[in-house]
Design a protein around this ligand. Structure first.
Ligand SMILES: Cc1cc2nc3c(=O)[nH]c(=O)nc-3n(C[C@H](O)[C@H](O)[C@H](O)COP(=O)(O)O)c2cc1C
Length: 502
């Protein structure tokens, strides 16, 4: 006779639980046995064949490692393409939070290539440099563009980024007085809805302004130019992340709306050619620039990543030969380490010159041929923090564009999934579930604060250097570490200091 008898419902419950447990263990064992059989019989993965079941963990860990490193193990200045310190500055600037730091710098100032700014011994007593007056692009055009901000939004197409992302960027750009570049995917209603000044990019596929032969449809171009918001036209020759290759928008991101704007089939990869069909040499490039400017009446330039710098001589000689009216109104110089929605790793990692080399060469060539006053220079490529932006201005850029800086302002966590349609921040995905996390109104404010705080903090650097405004920053204000205990000013490195800016 048992001393203690369980109530009926408890013993029934325990019996059911025990049965379920045995069943679950049985299913688990069966499942592992099936995986084991699959692994030892398959021939594609040596690790799984040699270490059945457990070998699978390697692939899972490799995937999870990306996230673990970002959150737990990577040091603040370690990650690529952007480290935590760089991203954190953008996040704080975008939220308009105090961006002062305690204790001291975590930046190692010793490695060759490190940039430093030369502070003035007796800086002016006011705390920040004055905002410069607007700089006119294309003063000789029918409709010149007085650009208010030296820091602007680089090209990213509607397609590569989502509808709420375009809306947030466009509204934020308007609030901050920046321009926004449409990227090569054409002009969408969301670009226009934001009310910002727009740069219409003519990519190699000429999406939005293409005729049936891949050439320029002049009627459609005039329609685009008729929008008063469209201020500039940028002909894209190449972009730093994938020189020699056209744009790639994976099929999963080609929605009916995006297909309609681009004039392409739904659900198929959208691939643009690796160059404009009708621009095969420098003379053709200048002719195309001239044609677009004449048809639209608006300043027109081109974007490229520099490969062989000797081409700059060809370009300048051709402009001098044809006369100043043939010159582009601006050149956007993109860095080899620029960003993209999708590109082959070999091009990302190996092809093109980084901005640190190409920007001084472009500026110096224009000065050499007497063209610097005519052609504005826009720099882009990893210029997401004030120090790098101030460097570009010191070298001689008139304007700086950023793409990924503004993506961080939108909440990008650098999950590196832009080509997968699974961006967790809703920025590079057309999945409505993921997009709902991105509130265009709130993020427009972040875009605005990021641009405003960028301009403010570049002003702090300029002031520390004794420059009256951003446009007074010169090469002598920036130094580069060339070896142990030794840095040289950029004017010594490149033997030029004056007349570098238009
Ligand atoms: C998601 C994404 C889409 C882009 N789409 C374009 C494009 O359509 N046309 C273009 O010329 N560049 C495009 N770019 C390149 C950027 O405009 C910019 O030149 C490059 O990323 C360097 O700037 P960053 O380092 O501030 O990102 C894209 C970049 C990103 C990240």
């Amino acid at each position: 006779m048992p001393i203690f008898e369980l109530p009926n419902f408890v013993s029934t419950f325990l019996a059911v639980m025990a049965a379920l447990f045995v069943f679950a263990v049985g299913v688990g064992v069966l499942f592992v046995a099936i995986l084991y059989l699959i692994d030892i019989t398959q021939t594609q993965h040596a690790i799984r064949r040699n270490f059945p079941v457990i070998g699978r963990l390697r692939y899972r860990m490799e995937h999870l490692g990306v996230f673990f490193r970002q959150y737990f193990y990577a040091m603040d200045r370690e990650e690529m393409p952007f480290n935590r310190a760089q991203r954190a500055w953008v996040y704080r600037a975008a939220k308009n939070l105090d961006n002062t730091q305690p204790f001291g710098s975590t930046r190692d100032l010793r490695p060759p290539g490190t940039l430093l700014f030369a502070n003035a011994t007796f800086p002016a007593l006011d705390t920040v440099a004055e905002p410069g007056s607007p700089l006119v692009i294309g003063p000789e055009c029918a409709q010149p563009y007085p650009a208010r901000s030296f820091f602007n939004l680089s090209a990213m197409s509607y397609g590569a980024i989502s509808q709420p992302a375009v809306l947030a960027l466009a509204n934020g750009a308007r609030l901050a007085g920046c321009w926004m570049n449409t990227g090569e995917g054409g002009l969408s209603p969301y670009h226009l809805a934001g009310g910002a000044d727009l740069v219409f990019q003519i990519g190699t596929a000429k999406y939005g302004v293409c005729d049936t032969q891949g050439g320029l449809d002049e009627t459609r171009l005039r329609e685009v130019a008729a929008h008063p918001q469209v201020k500039l036209f940028e002909i894209k020759l190449s972009q730093g992340a994938k020189p020699g290759k056209g744009g790639i928008l994976p099929a999963v991101k080609v929605t009916p709306e995006i297909a309609a704007i681009r004039g392409i089939p739904v659900g198929q990869d959208s691939r643009s050619p690796n160059r404009h069909l009708d621009i095969a040499d420098t003379a053709a490039l200048l002719a195309f620039v001239h044609r677009v400017r004449t048809l639209t009446g608006k300043p027109t330039g081109f974007k490229l990543v520099i490969g062989d710098p000797r081409w700059l001589d060809d370009l300048c000689r051709e402009i001098v030969h044809q006369g100043l009216t043939s010159a582009p109104d601006f050149i956007t110089v993109d860095s080899a380490d620029g960003g993209t929605g999708a590109a082959p790793m070999s091009l990302l990692d190996y092809v093109g010159l980084p901005l640190s080399e190409s920007l001084p060469r472009v500026v110096d060539k224009l000065v050499e041929y007497g063209l610097r006053g005519r052609i504005r220079v826009i720099a882009s490529g990893k210029l997401i923090n004030p120090g790098e932006v101030a460097w570009a201005l010191c070298v001689g850029a008139d304007f700086v564009n950023s793409a990924r800086g503004f993506l961080f302002a939108l909440g990008c966590v650098q999950s590196m999934r832009c080509d997968k349609n699974t961006c967790p921040a809703g920025i590079t995905t057309h999945n409505p579930r993921l997009q709902q996390g991105l509130d265009p109104k709130d993020k427009a404010e972040r875009v605005r604060h990021y641009a405003e705080n960028m301009r403010h903090e570049v002003g702090i650097i300029a002031h520390a250097c004794g420059a009256a405004d951003f446009r007074q920053l010169r090469r002598e204000h920036c130094r580069i570490v060339v070896g142990p205990g030794r840095s040289v000013p950029l004017n010594e490195l490149y033997s030029r200091n004056e007349g570098l800016r238009g």
